[in-house]
Design a protein around this ligand. Structure first.
Ligand SMILES: NC(=O)c1ccc[n+]([C@@H]2O[C@H](COP(=O)([O-])OP(=O)(O)OC[C@H]3O[C@@H](n4cnc5c(N)ncnc54)[C@H](O)[C@@H]3O)[C@@H](O)[C@H]2O)c1
Length: 456
């Protein structure tokens, strides 16, 4: 970068920084999403769903970093072997349960963390709210429109709050895009091109697990794309109004050349590119393989199982209340992982090509290109944050556990409205594929749609 462009970048960063700082004072969301108002006292946590996410991100990692702020008072999972192992792995001394109602009654936590399979989130969010406590739930908030409405109703009735953990919002690169857009650098945003690629390792893994079934994950349009749709809603600061989509299953599932039940028991180990030995990872072996006797769940299911019924390529068109049009796609069998995004505006364009896996060298930083109509093009470099999901996981947990009253100038804390709006786009896309018709978001729940995504 030459000195002229680095000067203009400094001016630009200073400008966006002050604009964002100014917005702290007009933002009501962070107040509402502070789950804790007893500074000095430890937050009593109960967790339901002691799988990989529950034991690591919200289990062991929370105990390692926030043990002065929180304590676990109960762990629950439908699999009795897994929840016992989880207690040892997380390193806590609380009771374990297979019945969440019993846990809530006996241990009386301040907050319930929900990290179960997607299609069950609604049950536990509602149980927590009805027990009179705040809830932290993993994404997607839920998997269909009826469950979504039930969560909204339960929250309104309870007077308690639900945080939906959209960690993707917290990565420094995506935060910088938010700043650039909010600062008006490209004028009024008119359209977005957004294309996400999952590779034959991470992408294929969704087809090994429960995620391959529509009734459990809601399809990847809900399970995975909820992250991407939430980013869009947040970046664009508007509500989605209408969705049209196509989707097919044409690579995994019944399309495979051969199949078995699991990789471990398969006769095609030597010829299958997707062969994967779950027992090589000690934690995965202890979590899943050692506990198959309790629920029959195989973590290394064949990616070519005949009964997989989700899509592996998806294309979605979204129209927003502020008239922005989005073209989105998700491909699940790419040779590499990452995404391309471009925002087209009346005064220019912001774009990024984020590479998340080999074959390219994955740099410790990402770039954003900002190009003004009739003007210059500059590259803005954003270093990755430390920890999972580009630094997002750590920053999200700091806000929830370390300093819940922390200011939220980028509006990264998300509640049920944001949780609903993102999963409703995926649900609408799925309904559109199934009916061949465009789906209106307002027909799915009673949330009034707004020009601004904050409901104002
Ligand atoms: N934000 C992110 O980046 C991110 C990353 C990974 C997972 N997740 C989310 O975390 C959640 C858990 O995913 P995971 O990868 O840990 O899956 P997992 O299969 O490892 O764990 C899910 C756990 O839920 C338990 N469970 C299922 N139904 C239950 C029920 N009715 N009652 C009690 N327990 C039940 C299972 O036995 C299992 O232990 C999912 O909702 C997923 O979307 C989010």
């Amino acid at each position: 970068m030459n000195s002229e462009s680095s000067n203009s970048r400094r001016d630009f960063l200073a400008k966006t920084g002050s604009l964002i700082a100014g917005s702290i004072f007009i933002h009501p969301v962070s107040e509402a999403l502070n789950l804790w108002n007893k500074p000095g006292e430890k937050m009593k946590l109960a967790l339901v769903g002691t799988g990989i996410r529950g034991t690591t991100m919200f289990g062991r990692d929370v105990m390692r970093v926030y043990k002065d702020q929180v304590e676990f008072v109960g762990l629950c999972d439908i699999n009795e072997g897994r929840v016992k192992y989880a207690k040892t792995f997380i390193g806590v001394d609380c009771p374990t349960y297979t019945d969440c109602d019993q846990m809530l009654k006996e241990v009386r936590p301040d907050v319930l963390i929900v990290t179960t399979m997607d299609s069950t989130h609604n049950q536990f969010i509602i149980k927590g709210l009805e027990a009179g406590i705040n809830v932290i739930t993993e994404k997607p908030m839920t998997t269909d429109e009826v469950k979504c409405q039930n969560i909204l109703d339960a929250e309104r009735k309870s007077g308690k709050k639900v945080i939906v953990t959209f960690n993707y919002r917290y990565s420094p690169h995506r935060q910088k895009i938010y700043e650039i857009l909010r600062a008006g650098e490209i004028g009024t945003i008119t359209s977005v091109d957004f294309h996400w690629y999952l590779n034959t390792s991470h992408g294929a893994d969704y087809f090994r697990r429960w995620h391959g079934y529509r009734d459990k994950s809601g399809t990847l349009l809900v399970h995975k794309s909820t992250h991407h749709f939430d980013l869009l809603n947040w970046w664009l600061d508007s509500d989605p109004v209408e969705v049209f989509a196509f989707g097919e299953l044409e690579f995994y599932g019944k399309n495979g050349p051969y199949r078995g039940e699991t990789c471990r028991s398969c006769t095609h180990k030597n010829e299958c590119d997707f062969y994967w030995d779950v027992t090589k990872n000690e934690h995965l072996k202890n979590l899943y393989v050692e506990n198959e006797q309790y629920d029959g769940y195989h973590r290394d299911g064949c990616v070519f199982r005949e009964d997989i019924n989700i899509y592996d390529k998806m294309a979605v068109q979204i129209k927003y209340k502020n008239k922005v049009q989005v073209s989105y796609s998700l491909t699940t069998y790419s040779p590499y992982e990452g995404y391309r995004i471009a925002f087209n505006g009346t005064k220019g364009r912001v774009e990024a090509w984020v590479k998340e896996s080999q074959p390219w060298k994955v740099e410790p930083q990402d770039e954003i290109r900002l190009t003004k109509n009739f003007g210059e093009s500059e590259i803005i470099v954003v270093p990755h944050g430390g920890g999972g999901h580009g630094g997002g996981d750590t920053r999200l947990k700091d806000k929830i556990f370390k300093d819940p009253s922390m200011a939220d100038p980028w509006r990264q804390a998300a509640g049920t409205r944001d949780g609903a709006m993102s999963c409703l786009i995926g649900i609408a896309a799925r309904n559109s594929i199934e009916t061949g018709k465009p789906i209106k978001i307002k027909d799915l729940t009673d949330i009034p749609l707004a020009e601004s995504g904050r409901g104002i």
